[in-house]
Design a protein around this ligand. Structure first.
Ligand code: G3H
Length: 546
């Protein structure tokens, strides 16, 4: 089959408009015209950005495939972002606002009300995830449900945290009560690949700990938050959460330069994070919780179970078209088995179903825009020019946003694919002879999130784990890299992260311990007891949240 034939075949995956199953269509384009500021849904009459879905439809007459327009959202500017920030600052009120001083149990009550309303929007939000970023229906549902479970687990974890602080501690003649308190205003920005889940992995704990928030949705994955604006508005006091729809480059450096943002929660690139942190006039006052670049490698040892390694590497490299921060982005395979590995890998890859996100069992779906297929092509051309081959038939072919995964072998230093985070359906493979070469790849990388190792020899696995745990934050044995379960710490070294996120860790990340202390004297004891008995303070109390 020629490249042209294959492209024509790819084009056939895009439906005619009338062929989209009715139950998966958006009932109408969503033209969002409101932002949430100071508890009000403020109408926007200025310029708007058209949202194009990764999904294309074909024109029957011309055969041309075009990205579907699914709506639009405001393109705001500095004035609106200043207003959102001012609202968050006012709601925090130097720690005296209704939200930061509210009893933890009441804050939990607000969050439970939010989740109740969120659950009612499941169907629409799932559909919007699917149409806005091209994630399969099954994975879009998973993303929604995992996020609800994450919120519930975070609430339980907060109860545990707070109950553990509901007592006095006595040391060296001092009575103390120690609790975690909010940090202030949090600027929260999530990524397009997990727009709901990863955004909420910071936004929810930030809110629960009593901070107020300015939230800027990702560029792809904005409309899906629209059905939640009313829930945000009614579940929380005014100003606790404020949204801004504006180009990041225009408003985000300005937000930080104001000096009024206390926490930067960003899932994005290390380059952007570095730039933003420098904008804050007093950088020591800014806490950063960052999920950044990654280039996780899989090291496949000579005695690895090849079938298992192929299965896990395929999932690791190509789930959601490789658009996961935790994706396996470099496969390092021992030379003695590399031929067999590549053969089995490409055979299994050939079985992956390419199609539209709503199709049952689909694996490969359209990418968010033509700039992404252009980048994949550029990286591929660069590797080919420097001596690598595409080893699977049709790898790298594309039609508009639909891109056939390419297995590239042998990849070596000097090629883009050797170090750059491809964040897409390209699978670079390089052989190694000496395990030192594989270790060296990880050590000399700018990234330090996770690694996978495949093998069966306890001595060799054990000896590899010890240096690797000091290079990355999770070593996966005979399985792909991944973030979950969400109770496990999710962290990274070097350019991959700052701070640790897990259900429990995130609550710590968005708070600081503060304490009251008094001498262990009779008058102090009396005073503290009276405060507790008469409920004179939210902080000094020994109540239990059940
Ligand atoms: O994009 C990065 C996500 O945190 C990855 O999460 O490993 O559960 O797909 P995951």
């Amino acid at each position: 089959m020629t490249t042209l034939d294959r492209r024509a075949q790819l084009a056939q995956h895009f439906p005619l408009p009338e062929d989209i199953p009715a139950e998966h269509r958006l009932s109408a384009p969503l033209h969002q015209r409101h932002s949430l500021i100071q508890g009000q849904l403020v109408e926007w009459n200025g310029p708007c950005k058209t949202v194009l879905s990764p999904v294309c439809t074909r024109d029957l007459a011309t055969g041309e495939a075009k990205q579907v327009e699914i709506g639009s959202y405001p393109v705001m500017g500095e004035a609106e972002s200043d207003a959102a920030l001012d609202a968050a600052v006012a709601a925090y009120a130097n720690g005296r606002g209704a939200w930061p001083t509210m009893a933890v149990a009441e804050r939990i009550g607000c969050m439970q009300e939010f989740v109740r309303q969120m659950a009612q929007q499941r169907e629409l939000i799932v559909k919007l995830i699917m149409w806005e970023i091209g994630k399969s229906l099954a994975d879009s549902r998973k993303e929604f449900d995992r996020t609800v479970e994450y919120i519930q687990a975070t609430i339980e974890s907060l109860k545990e945290l707070d109950n553990g602080s509901s007592r006095f501690v006595i040391a060296e003649g001092t009575i103390g009560q120690i609790r975690r308190t909010p940090l202030g205003v949090v600027l929260c920005m999530g990524p397009y690949n997990y727009p709901l889940n990863e955004t909420f992995a910071t936004l929810i704990p930030a809110l629960l700990m009593g901070n107020t928030v300015v939230f800027k949705p990702p560029q792809y994955g904005t409309l899906l938050f629209h059905p939640l604006l009313e829930a945000f508005r009614t579940a929380f006091p005014p100003g606790v959460i404020n949204t801004i729809y504006a180009p990041g480059a225009v408003v985000v450096p300005r937000l930080l330069a104001s000096g009024k943002v206390n926490v930067l929660a960003l899932i994005g690139s290390s380059k952007v994070a570095d730039h933003l942190k420098k904008q804050h006039p007093k950088s020591h006052r800014l806490r950063a919780i960052l999920g950044l670049d990654a280039k996780n490698a899989a090291i496949v040892l000579p005695d690895a179970d090849i079938e298992l390694a192929v299965k896990e590497c395929l999932l690791g490299a190509l789930s959601f078209n490789g658009q996961r921060c935790t994706a396996l982005k470099m496969l390092i395979v021992h030379r003695s088995i590399v031929e067999r590995f590549v053969q089995r890998f490409t055979e299994e890859l050939g079985k992956l179903k390419v199609g539209m996100p709503w199709e049952a069992g689909v694996s490969i779906t359209p990418l968010p825009g033509l700039h992404r297929t252009a980048y994949m092509t550029e990286a591929l051309e660069d590797a080919k020019a420097k001596g690598a081959n595409i080893v699977n038939e049709g790898g790298g072919d594309f039609c508009q946003t639909l891109y056939s995964p390419a297995v590239v072998y042998p990849v070596r230093e000097g090629m883009k694919l050797y170090r750059e985070e491809q964040f897409g359906p390209l699978v670079p493979i390089m052989p190694f002879d000496d395990i030192e070469a594989a270790l060296d790849y990880v050590i000399t990388s700018d990234h330090g999130q996770q690694v996978s190792i495949f093998g069966t020899d306890p001595a060799q696995i054990g000896a590899l784990v010890d240096p690797l745990v000091n290079q990355v934050c999770r070593v996966n044995i005979n399985c792909q890299c991944q973030r979950g379960p969400d109770v496990f710490p999710f962290a990274g070294r070097k350019d991959s992260a700052e701070g640790t996120l897990s259900v429990a860790d995130a609550l710590r990340a968005f708070s600081i311990r503060s304490m009251v202390a008094a001498k262990q004297t009779e008058p102090s004891k009396k005073l503290l007891n009276a405060i507790v008995q008469d409920h004179q303070s939210q902080f000094i109390n020994t109540g239990f949240i059940l």
